[in-house]
Design a protein around this ligand. Sequence first.
Ligand code: G3H
Length: 525
Amino acid sequence: MNNTNAFGITELLHQETYLANGDLKTWEGKKDEVYSTISSTENYNKTLLGTVPHMDESAALEVLDYACAAYDKGKGEWPTAKVSYRIKCMEDFVVQMKKEREKVVKYLMWEIGKSLPDSQKEFDRTVEYIYDTIEDYKQLDRDSAKFSKRDNVNAHIRRGPLGVVLCLGPYNYPLNETFALLIPALIMGNTVVFKPAKHGVLLLSPLLEAFRSSFPRGVVNIIYGRGREVAAPIMATGRIDVLALIGNSKSAIALQDQHPHKNRLRLVLGLEAKNPAIILPDADLDLAIQECISGTLSFNGQRCTALKIIHVHEDIREEFNSRFAKKVDELKFGNPWEEKVQLTPLPEPEKPTYIQELIDDAREKGAKILNEKGGEISENYIYPAVLYPVTTEMRVYQEEQFGPVIPVKPFNSIENLLDEIADSNYGQQVSLFGKDIEQLAPLIDTLVNLVCRVNLNSSCQRGPDVFPFTGRKDSAVGTLSVHDALRSFSIRTFVASKDNPYNNAILQELLSSDKSHFVSTDYIL
Ligand code: G3H
């Protein structure tokens, strides 16, 4: 790659500050170098992008103090503010954020290897998510701007914040998924300590000033460092009210275990999945193959919603396998900014070796690689291998590969396959390919109870973000979507009074004086 390219790294980005109590404080301690697995030279070399603070326990706990002070056990300015004020802060933020699109997109490409169109989409989708959240919150507020009366009691019911949120996002969507937690948490009146994932850190640097200037002191705090050194001690204080994490269940459990008052801790978790595709004998194979290509390989399969196993019916397996394997080999590998590139470098340096291990294990146990390029390895990539026939003994069947390798398993009996899916530890989504409604109807009726989204003749995906995103078993806790996330980060709370002239006169005065931020029937336009 030539550094004169519009996306070249011409200077290093040294992130010297962290956001605490409304100030960008300079970190004087140890720094971590941030590397991209993408090479800037003809002979392969990883590329140094810059540095970030390597914060320690005492710095993390100091930042937690600020978040707790801003929440002030529910008495702070932010949790008691008018809804319209919090919306105004969020609007200021998104206006500033939009100006940083180019820089954020560039670092998305370098830090996590996401293609240019997908990086742009991640940014734009996040901006849209913020606007949709603002609109939804306005509607939520309008719906609550009233009194209900029952059994001689007048009630004014709204939603209130939960407290201090520790927010940890994943490296595959370091902007979108992180903000899908952060934005609803903030707008509902919680205060936040946010730590970026292990990859996709510098891309947040262009947004720090927007966070600093849009929200009151201590409302949003951003720290850097290792999870076990900064996030674990924060949890151990017992001062976190909500753990909002998208990642894997091991880290979620380890963090919950640190918390001394588990009953107080709310969880909003998006965890691992092993979404299956089921190809029935009457499936339209052109469509199924196209959807399985994007389902298994968009962003190299590094999506929690990726199709991670394909179950193909014996009657059509030969045709499906040969056509699918050929299509996989047609995909272009290259750097994220190259035109029409579909496969891009893996951000985790150890990932190609891990995928190679899965392939070796499957081959030892009887699977073959169906495509010619499958398993071709380089410094930062391993070309996707289509493995067939995969069995339950293989690691690639058991583990969430989160990368470019595609296990294909034949089936004869749909009942046995349903048992297999029911026994899985995961329960996020499924893709079902077929046409005959006599077959589809009973399958849909069962699958909706095994997972939380049945995609008919379509690949699995989270979006559109207004739809509920959740999972069963080890795949999620709570529901995310524009609408649901506002509820996940809040609790119903209300003012009630017996219906009599004395109380009603007070309520009337409260409403007309505009003195209370909570008791209000204002309609926010
Ligand atoms: O990593 C999991 C993401 O939620 C997937 O989102 O389906 O929009 O790619 P997506």
